[in-house]
Design a protein around this ligand. Structure first.
Ligand code: SF4
Ligand code: SF4
Length: 709
């Protein structure tokens, strides 16, 4: 019905209709509910502040408020996954709308009416009534969608290894929410049934439901209304009281976690600074984390977004980022009250008494978090990129690895060998470091020792220097730079391992040693701009080296090549054959937001046919080599690189273009494992470009041969 068709007058409703005498009781029950809520928050606060080292997360307030609005209020991260995003959005926005409605109602009742300026009347009341119905239906629809997902559709990510991880709490929360709305509609319908004002057609849900009570006499309706009114009231108050003791606590912790999200570069691992004095390194117990790292787990909603694209989980390993967070939370729930009580007791004792901490009942690393889980992580950053609560999984995993490596010296033998090789020859294979620049001998590439006045340092990295495939990429890229007339040089035998694998594999001491050695050399030559072909080197030089005085402009070779093409410095004239697909490297894409440049380069190549894999861009599937996994055996489940190769095969690719030497190795191995060497190849973008420039010698090497069908 159109608003204009009403003779709008004093439409409005009595707030305590049929419940006039209950006002006092309602306030008493509300006070009880609020007290239970406040006590719960107080207890939770004690637990949040009981454990963890200091960490500043209240700086840069403007940035933090933006994050709070973006992800806490407008739910941008949640909406990235459309169906669950809508589900959550309906509940949240419906709920917020109803809260505002309740506030309006209360203001009208306690201020507007008594002081002679009622405002919930006339047109405003009609619109208000209409909106309240819409918000109520929003919540109801969201609750039904959630019930369907949890108990009927049961997507894998709402469980672990095929078993749903529902708890009674999930059902209680959904039933409470649904119950509050349904009883709200019923009491509205009963009121409309008895009072029957024509304008209540604007309360369309209650108005329609009122027809169901057509045969009910007014007295019975009034009694029913009272019963439903109290049911509704107890559910709503129970909901408030339940918040701090249930998953509903995420209404507080998740927005807080968005506000306190890391503002450091993506993937940042805080360096250990106290090697000289500390007795233990990394995180062996909850107390070794910062308070924010501990708080994180209380913001987890068990939505499973992180698990949904975790290569370790999807390939059948024990690791699930959701499970890691939940296991840490369970352990925290067990341990935090004991520690909080110990601190309180010490506080009551004489000043200066150190609290006697309760002994840990479990080893956090090894029992709470299984070692298979810990070492399965590729640091691919999928979990952190997609977590709807801004939880930071990767630094926790690296900190626990640091504990195993540096404090307990207990880690995989193959990683021990890798670290020894890095220590002795500054590369993971242990090849003599004097051979590092041999790939460049025939190209006439100068070292900085020969000419320090070049514009760019080409930091080649270990793969580009020693691995046979990697060396071909280095050569292709160096030839591109030479052809384009770019001024560059290399460090030659003065270059060392970048330190990324050592750092992400928990050997922070070794990684710092490697970084500092490189920084000394680079700073000695006054290096300002660096190009890397390896995203691991690129990421660590750009983000970790500044921690130790290495401040450079760092570029990835795809950025440089894309610029050279755009500037007309290189021309691509020779068409390529076959179907290409591009595999996004995690350390290039999710870590550094470089998605466009590689695609632009490929698009500029004549004859390029490009098919995107389903898992692409920020949802790309890791090759399996990050986080030092490159140097470790993969014992459990399916091999991640083979799964990624299957995804390329699924789009009929004959060439997998990559921009990372680790990905190149992993996907080349995947192609071999799938026995597709005759039909498929993996190529670095530099190799594809060099070929398309048409300057390549006519005899391509067998293993990089672009196949034709
Ligand atoms: S970083 Fe990647 S592999 Fe590690 S837990 Fe997160 S999603 Fe899984
Ligand atoms: S860690 Fe984040 S993405 Fe994973 S289940 Fe918890 S809230 Fe969801």
């Amino acid at each position: 019905m159109e608003l204009s068709k009403f003779s709008v007058g004093n439409e409005g409703r009595e707030v305590f209709w049929n419940a006039e005498n209950f006002e006092g009781l309602l306030f008493a029950f509300t006070a009880v509910a609020m007290a239970i809520f406040a006590y719960g928050i107080y207890r939770r606060w004690q637990m949040w502040t009981a454990i963890g080292k200091p960490e500043v997360r209240n700086d840069q307030i403007k940035e933090r408020i933006k994050l709070l609005l973006k992800n806490g209020l407008f739910q941008i991260k949640t909406f990235r996954d459309i169906y669950p995003g809508i589900m959550h959005g309906l509940i949240l926005f419906g709920f917020i709308g109803l809260l505002f409605g309740a506030a309006f109602d209360a203001t009208e009742f306690h201020v507007g009416e008594p002081y002679g300026f009622p405002f919930l009347i006339g047109k405003f009341y009609l619109i208000f009534s209409f909106l309240m119905e819409v918000f109520g239906l929003f919540v109801l629809a969201g609750v039904f969608m959630a019930l369907d997902r949890r108990y009927i559709t049961k997507p894998e990510r709402l469980g672990y290894k095929g078993e749903p991880d529902n708890t009674p709490d999930d059902a209680i929360v959904l039933l409470l929410l649904g119950g509050i709305i349904l009883t709200g509609f019923v009491i509205e319908a009963l009121r409309i049934h008895v009072t029957n004002p024509p304008w209540e057609v604007w309360s369309f849900a209650g108005y329609t439901l009122a027809k169901a009570f057509a045969g009910v006499d007014n007295n019975t309706a009034r009694i029913l209304h009272k019963v439903m009114w109290w049911t509704h009231t107890f559910m709503a108050l129970g909901f408030i009281a339940y918040i701090p003791y249930s998953r509903l606590v995420h209404m507080i912790t998740t927005p807080a976690n968005h506000f306190m999200a890391s503002l450091k570069p993506v993937g940042n691992i805080e360096p250990i600074r106290d090697f000289e004095t500390a007795e233990s390194f990394g995180a062996g117990q909850l107390e070794d984390f910062t308070w924010k790292q501990v708080f994180d787990s209380d913001a987890c909603t068990r939505c499973g977004r992180c698990q949904d694209g975790c290569p370790a989980y999807l390939s059948g390993k024990a690791l699930s980022p959701k499970k890691v967070v939940q296991d840490l939370k369970t352990y925290w729930l067990e341990r935090a009250p004991m520690i909080a009580a110990a601190k309180k007791a010490a506080g009551k004792a004489a000043e200066g008494t150190a609290p006697e901490m309760p002994a840990a009942t479990k080893a956090m690393v090894g029992e709470v978090i299984d070692l298979h889980e810990l070492w399965a992580c590729t640091n691919c950053m999928y979990c952190m990129e997609h977590c709807s609560s801004s939880i930071e999984h990767v630094p926790k995993i690296v900190n626990m690895r640091q504990y195993k490596v540096l404090t307990e010296a207990d880690f995989a033998p193959e990683l021990q060998l890798t670290y020894r090789n890095m220590e002795n020859n500054s590369n993971p294979w242990g090849v003599g470091s004097h051979l590092r620049a041999d790939w460049a001998k025939e190209l006439g590439v100068k070292t900085l020792a020969e000419d320090p006045n070049v514009e760019y340092l080409f930091y080649v990295g270990c793969s580009g220097s020693f691995d046979e495939r990697g060396k071909k990429v280095s050569m292709a890229f160096a030839k591109i730079l030479q052809t384009a007339g770019v001024s560059f040089g290399i460090l030659g035998t003065e270059e060392g391992c970048c330190g990324d694998s050592a750092m992400r594999g928990g050997n922070e001491y070794l990684s710092q040693t490697l970084m500092q050695t490189n920084i000394e050399v680079m700073n000695g030559y006054g290096v300002k701009k660096i190009i890397c072909t390896c995203p691991h080197g690129y990421n660590t030089l750009k983000k970790d080296y500044p921690h130790f005085g290495g401040n450079y402009e760092v570029y990835h070779h795809t950025e440089i090549i894309a610029n050279l093409i755009a500037a007309g410095k290189i021309s691509l004239k020779k068409p390529v054959d076959g179907m290409f697909t591009y595999h996004d490297s995690c350390f290039l894409g999710r870590y550094n937001n470089i998605y466009d440049q590689p695609r632009k380069i490929l698009a500029a190549i004549p004859g390029m046919k490009l098919a995107e894999m389903d898992r692409k861009l920020d949802k790309s599937f890791c090759c399996g080599a990050g986080g030092a996994r490159m140097w470790m055996e993969e014992h459990d489940g399916e091999r991640i690189n083979n799964m990624r190769t299957d995804q390329a095969i699924a789009v009929n690719a004959t060439n997998i273009a990559v921009a990372c030497p680790f990905c190149l190795t992993m996907l080349t191995d995947g192609i071999k494992a799938r026995e597709k060497e005759e039909k498929m190849a993996s190529l670095d973008i530099a190799e594809v470009v060099w070929r398309a420039m048409g300057l390549e010698e006519e005899k391509p090497s067998a293993d990089v041969c672009a196949p034709t069908e």
